[in-house]
Design a protein around this ligand. Structure first.
Ligand code: SF4
Length: 238
């Protein structure tokens, strides 16, 4: 799995950020997550071997998974990233953002209808942010759109925003003090996706998991495997 973090650090900006794993990991190492800094990996996509081949192999590149690609503090660096993304047409760059409202001020001049090799995942956690963010996201010129509802904090209706969405990912919160995560919320989103023929993935249970009214405390190591065991993913018919 190829990762690219041209900068690191992030600032909490929504209810979903409460138990952010980046902040938790940095706190253990004594690193200030609120300080946004360029990394040594900044130009990773275009680094070459002696024979001229790129060091970063073709395929999906998970971008900015230890920050937010659209964070304000990175505005002066992002244009160079778009140039590298454009250069590497053999790679698909996928990033998640909780700052989708900044999208139009962050794109390059030649974006037009969107680059073919960019997937944008808009992340939401409750109905308030679903309405606020997805109503913006649905009209943005992006070729490949996904929604990530993780950590999902309540039952939400997103059916009206599912046109042009390629995948919806749902997951719970991972933390000893995680907020409750009810399986019925997962099934509700799944139903909406199936109704609109949108692919759906249940990626992770929540630490404080509720099923049929009973509460379970799950271990972090089991969160993804428990979600897989539910076997409820749905692949859209093309
Ligand atoms: S936007 Fe994402 S990376 Fe940034 S603080 Fe929130 S959860 Fe963490």
């Amino acid at each position: 799995m190829a990762m690219w973090n041209p900068w690191r650090g992030c600032k909490k900006c929504s209810e979903g950020c409460l138990h952010c794993y980046i902040h938790k990991g940095d706190a253990k190492r004594g690193v200030d997550t609120n300080s946004i800094e360029k990394t040594r990996d900044f130009d990773r996509p275009i680094r070459q071997l002696k024979n001229g081949n790129y060091k970063l192999k073709s395929g999906i590149v998970y971008t900015c998974f230890s920050t937010d690609f659209l964070i304000e503090e990175a505005d002066e660096w992002r244009y160079e990233c778009w140039q590298m993304i454009k250069t590497r047409q053999d790679c698909t760059f996928l990033f998640l953002t909780k700052r989708i409202e900044r999208f139009m001020e962050c794109i390059p001049d030649d974006w037009n209808g969107g680059y073919d090799n960019v997937v944008v995942c808009c992340t939401i956690e409750n109905q308030k942010n679903a309405d606020k963010k997805l109503s913006v996201f649905k009209d943005l010129p992006i070729k490949h759109k996904c929604i990530t509802a993780q950590p999902l904090l309540e039952s939400i209706n997103i059916e009206q925003y599912l046109d042009d969405i390629e995948l919806v990912v749902v997951g719970g919160e991972s933390d000893y003090n995680a907020r409750p995560f009810d399986y019925s919320w997962v099934l509700h989103i799944r139903e909406q996706c199936i109704g609109k023929n949108v692919s759906f993935e249940f990626r992770q249970c929540g630490t404080n998991f509720i099923k049929d009214g009973k509460q379970y405390k799950l271990q972090t190591k089991d969160l993804c495997s428990q979600a897989r065991k539910a076997n409820i993913n749905f692949r859209a018919n093309s």
